[in-house]
Structure formats: C-alpha cells, structure tokens
Design a protein around this ligand. Structure first.
Ligand SMILES: C[S@@+](CC[C@H](N)C(=O)[O-])C[C@H]1O[C@@H](n2cnc3c(N)ncnc32)[C@H](O)[C@@H]1O
Length: 272
C-alpha cells in the first residue's frame, strides 16, 4: 500500500520552523501577556509550533496543551517544556481540521497565532475550535492579512508569484485575514456575529544578524519559502526571488546593525 502524504503536514515538517520562531519570541510573550491568563486556566494552543505562545501562557500558570500537525515541532515544543521545567505544558500531534482527540467544551481559552489559518477546510476548523471551547469562553486568533504591505503578507505574496498556481478549490490561508470570511466561518459554527471582534496588532521579527542573513534563514528553514525557491529553481527564477526578498527585508528593517521587522496581523476574538 502506498503511504499518502498530507501536503499541509509536509509543508510544516519541511525545514525547521523553530529557526523562524526564535525571531518571534518577544512578540509571542507580549501577545500572551494581554490575554488575561490566570493560574489553572485551561488553554489550547492550536498550530502552536514549538511554543512561542504556549510557553509564556504556561509560565503565567495556565494548564496548556499545544496541538500541531508537524511532529518535529511537537517534539521541539516538548523539549522546551522539559528544559524550562514546565509540567503544566504538553504538546501533541493533531490536525486543526479534526480535533476528535479533544472533548467538547474542554478549554477556557483557545489560541491560534498564525496556526489554524494554515489548515485546509476553514469552516471545519472554525467548527472544531468552537466545539472544544467552553460556553462563555474565548477563541483568539492571529491571522496574516492579504495584500498587507508588511513583512509576512509580502513574503507569502512574493513566494506565491514564483510558485505554480494551487490546485482547484484551494482556499488561501490569507482569507483568514479578511473580516467577512472570518465572520462567515464562525457564524456557520453557531457563533452570533456580535461576539466576533477584530483588532490590528503587530508582531516584530527580531534577529541578531542582517536582514539579508534573515532571508537566508527563511530560505533554509521556512517551508513556504523553501517551496518557492524549489519552484523558482525549476524556471530559472532563483536570483529574482532572492533579490525580491532581500529588497523587502532591507526596506522593512527598523533595526540598527541587527534586524527588527514589524508585521501587521488581524487579531480575532470570538466569545463562545
Ligand atoms: C507559521 S507557524 C506558527 C507557529 C506558532 N503558532 C508560532 O506562533 O510560532 C504555523 C504552524 O501551524 C501548524 N499547522 C499548519 N497546519 C496545521 C493543521 N492543519 N493543524 C495543526 N497545526 C497546523 C504548522 O505545523 C506550524 O507549526
């Protein structure tokens, strides 16, 4: 029997997202500090990576489960929890499109920062997030915004311009950055529109080297950029892709001697 590959899982197990996550720790901590986390709160971090938000949530005393589709990131997260002595934090492999491993109404807070947006079947994902959240409790999402001029939306835009078109029926993850789409998905999952709110927020990517060195990190370790370079290699576009990314990173850098690049995202809060 031939093993089937889940392209969503393969994308994130490619490379090593922990190298990118290392540049996002301060913003993860700042975001979590605004969520009113208290001792013993039951938190699900969906698409948690190696714990950029799960770790600070656990450090504030929450009882945190991180779920991610990429087994390498789940292992890295559990390693971090162990090193930090966080016995109230564990990571498990799972798919946001099917959280059947989790009971109904079992979390006080569900967070997904640039995580669930990358899963296929957005209506199914919204339904699963609502199902596992206790009534009266919150879901908080961080989603990149299509056509936003800042870093990540532009990396994804440049990358897709070097990649063959996706298969028919593919729904872009960036649609999670469109308020009307988010409302449609959560109202279909039974949440009244008035309980869905939006804010613009910022994540800053901090890296000790130059912007061009950070491009190299993305090229070597970030699945979507790695795929773009592979596709560009097939049509002779590698030098253009490299140049476009270097221009972007250098223009957006606010650091002096190091790299510090802010990126705007849509913060979604859903009151179950
Ligand atoms: C851009 S990373 C963000 C990781 C983490 N939330 C952070 O802020 O560092 C996207 C994450 O979503 C995960 N992911 C993608 N599709 C998923 C799915 N269907 N179910 C669960 N996790 C998924 C990836 O494996 C990856 O860890």
């Amino acid at each position: 029997m031939t093993a089937t590959t889940n392209p969503n899982k393969a994308l994130w197990e490619k490379g090593d997202f922990t190298e990118i996550a290392a540049t996002m720790r301060e913003s993860g901590e700042a975001l979590v500090s605004k969520l009113g986390i208290t001792e013993g709160l039951k938190v699900l971090d969906l698409g948690c990576g190696d714990g950029t938000t799960a770790v600070p949530a656990a450090q504030l005393g929450a009882d945190v489960l991180g779920v991610d589709i990429a087994s390498n990131l789940v292992s890295a997260g559990n390693e971090r929890a162990k090193e930090l002595g966080l016995t109230n934090l564990r990571f498990e492999e799972g798919d946001a499109t099917d959280l059947s491993l989790l009971d109904d109404e079992s979390f006080d807070l569900v967070i997904s920062i640039f995580g669930a947006m990358f899963a296929p079947n957005p209506f199914g994902v919204a339904k699963e997030m609502v199902r596992v959240t206790k009534p009266g409790c919150r879901i908080v999402l961080g989603n990149w915004i299509p056509n936003d001029p800042t870093l990540v939306a532009q990396i994804l835009k440049i990358s897709s311009s070097h990649t063959p078109p996706p298969p028919e029926g593919f729904i872009s993850p960036m649609t999670w950055g469109v308020e009307d789409d988010v409302i449609e998905r959560f109202t279909a999952a039974g949440v009244p529109k008035e309980r869905i709110s939006f804010a613009r927020d910022t994540y800053t990517f901090n890296y000790p080297g130059s912007p061009s060195e950070l491009v190299a990190v993305f090229r070597s370790y970030y699945g979507p950029t790695m795929n773009a370079f592979e596709a560009a290699a097939a049509n002779g576009g590698v030098d253009n892709l490299q140049a476009e990314l270097e221009t972007l990173f250098n223009e957006q850098n606010r650091g002096n001697g190091t790299t510090s690049i802010p990126a705007t995202f849509l913060r979604v809060t859903v009151q179950r």
